[in-house]
Design a protein around this ligand. Sequence first.
Ligand code: URA
Length: 423
Amino acid sequence: FDVVDVIRAKRDHAELPDAQIDWVVDAYTRGIVADEQMSALAMAILLNGMSRREIARWTEAMIGTGRRMDWSGVQRPTTDKHSTGGVGDKITLPLAPTVAACGAAVPQLSGRGLGHTGGTLDKLESIPGWRASLSPDEMLSVLRDTGAVVCAAGADLAPADKRLYALRDVTGTVESIPLIASSIMSKKIAEGTAALVLDVKVGSGAFMKDVESARELAETMVALGTDAGVRTVALLTNMATPLGLTAGNALEVAEAVEVLGGGGPDDVVELTVRLAREMLEVSGQGGAKDPADALRDGTAMDVWRRMIAGQGGDPDADLPRARETHTILAPADGTLASLDAYQVGVAAWRLGAGRGRQDEPVQAAAGVRMHVKPGAVVRSGEPLLTLHTDEPARIQRAVDALDGAYVIAPAGSRPDLLPLVVD
Ligand code: URA
């Protein structure tokens, strides 16, 4: 095959035959197809789409570039959750230990930030000593000892996605149903979980901005999972405004620890409990211990502490703090009618919580702390948002990103907010 022919075919709206898909995915993984060629193909896919058959084949081809994990050595049923990506979405941190505390095993292979969205591994790496990379034996031992492991996929798990994910992050080719569905499901199928709950985000801070496209993404992924023998369900959840009160790495870890301690923002607690119940249900463990109890009685926190320590982290260590902060004050009295998730995500990214180029390090302490959520009453001069970064020059760029990000409506007005779980 000639890669330029494949790019041209997709550019001209043709359906790619199976053999072409198998070849291009494998050749890219082996470095025969270059990054610039794959970026052109990814852009053509983003613009012109793929049929369900092409998506299924692309996913299989990505799985086929690596190996599948096997958790048959774990005594408990495995279940996992994957979010399509959002702002302030630290849910995995309290969720995995909570589900483990209720009796299931959570073998979660997580990712890094993509575009304006945060990545679970970037967040956990702000804990001193914590290691994202584990050998397969280490993964199994943490999973057996604690019931949950959250770590980086090994180099041999869907390596095609590893390269493509990093490339899409910096080439404007993330927001594509075929590319997102195949990226997520290739990893989750290869990960070997028996059951999977997808948290498909919808709203400005998600890659899918409207309910219709989020539903299409959800249906595409549920079909891919089901066809591969993974019991898969999806929830559509609100990403019009950030989850919780923090966006950024260490800031989000601190908030997750509050939730594990029985406190934390209501939306983070509600979504954690809801997703935990779904994960237990889909793995045939519904009716076991209730996740809300595991957060209240400290058993989820116990799993968290052992899970972090099992990966070299110190659960008692102080988290990094930013050298610079800057607080934005409410310009008027009223009700906070909206706080735009995308703009907060871009601000956190510009403050250093995300990457500008492939392989750039992130700042552990960078991000945005929100002092109020939409619906709250605010008074002129009260803090709305505090920006955190180690590099003062980034503050202005984040302030610019937040231009128009919040709306203060006259006091007494009731903003029309989407529910947390849309469907
Ligand atoms: N998460 C992934 O793993 N891949 C995507 O493409 C988007 C979100």
